[in-house]
Design a protein around this ligand. Structure first.
Ligand code: NDP
Length: 230
């Protein structure tokens, strides 16, 4: 049975990715920074899905260490890591009005979180002989097509894209495929009610990268399976 870890999975895209992976037959570790994920995992179990909960704050190195230790003891081989947790708190700021506490938090969650967690879990993915890491990124981080505002979000997602390329190269020999995915503008708390895409559509774009074949792409940036410009 394949095992997947999803971060920030108590709501929004992360939760829907958990549902879609579970329906594909994965055992899914639903993680969230608060205990709210525990009850949600129980609900999904009640619907017949193989979902377990574990606390994980991706901005907290100790929390990542404890989670990695739990996995080494209970699930020493994992197949998929979905770095989904993200924050977008600087919608109305510019580089010149930026609040650096928000910039720092965005860096911790959007960039360092996936970096730390990938580093911590890489030995478990490697044991699986060809895992998948999916970094949930955003077209907001696209340097080729930038727009005003949200500097912390844009810079940290651009950095996540570079992390994707570097990590993909560093794990290539282990046959671990690492890709960044933009789910599109999606109807979640972050995307708001006017977003054109449903949570199911956005999550499917992420699940696609978890399900690519062994000879599939690595070090790329995709939406709906199609390459995006960096
Ligand atoms: P939501 O705001 O709906 O959900 C964000 C999730 O991230 C929540 O579960 C939140 O947990 C979690 N989270 C935040 N900080 C941490 C942390 N330190 N540790 C663990 N979990 C954390 O966002 P979406 O579902 O829309 O977004 C998911 C991903 O998709 C993000 O990376 C986002 O940047 C990306 N994305 C979304 C788009 C959209 O239009 N919605 C567009 C492009 C990209 P909590 O409930 O505790 O706050």
């Amino acid at each position: 049975m394949k095992i997947a870890v999803v971060t920030g999975a108590n709501r929004g895209l992360g939760l829907e990715v958990v549902r879609q992976l579970a329906k594909l037959g994965y055992r899914v570790l639903l993680t969230s920074r608060t205990e709210s994920g525990a009850g949600i995992a129980r609900e999904l179990q009640g619907q017949g899905m193989d979902v377990a909960y574990h606390q994980l704050d991706v901005a907290d190195g100790q929390s990542i260490g404890e989670f990695a230790q739990f996995l080494r003891e209970r699930h020493p081989v994992i197949d998929v890591l979905i770095n989904n947790a993200g924050i977008h708190y600087d919608r109305h700021q510019t580089t010149l009005t930026a609040d650096f506490s928000i910039v720092n938090e965005a860096w911790q969650v959007n960039t360092l979180g996936p970096w730390r967690l990938s580093k911590a879990l890489y030995p478990l993915l490697r044991k699986g002989g060809g895992g998948r890491i999916v970094n949930v990124s955003s077209a907001s981080g696209t340097i080729a097509d930038s727009w005003p505002g949200t500097p912390a979000y844009a810079v940290t997602k651009a950095a996540l894209n570079m992390l994707t390329v570097k990590l993909a190269a560093d794990v290539a020999e282990e046959k671990i495929l690492v890709n960044a995915v933009c789910p599109g503008w999606v109807q979640t708390d972050m995307g708001g009610p006017d977003a054109p895409r449903t949570v199911a559509q956005g999550a499917a774009s992420i699940v696609w990268a978890a399900e690519i074949d062994d000879d599939g792409p690595t070090g790329g940036f995709f939406r709906d399976g199609a390459p995006l410009p960096w």
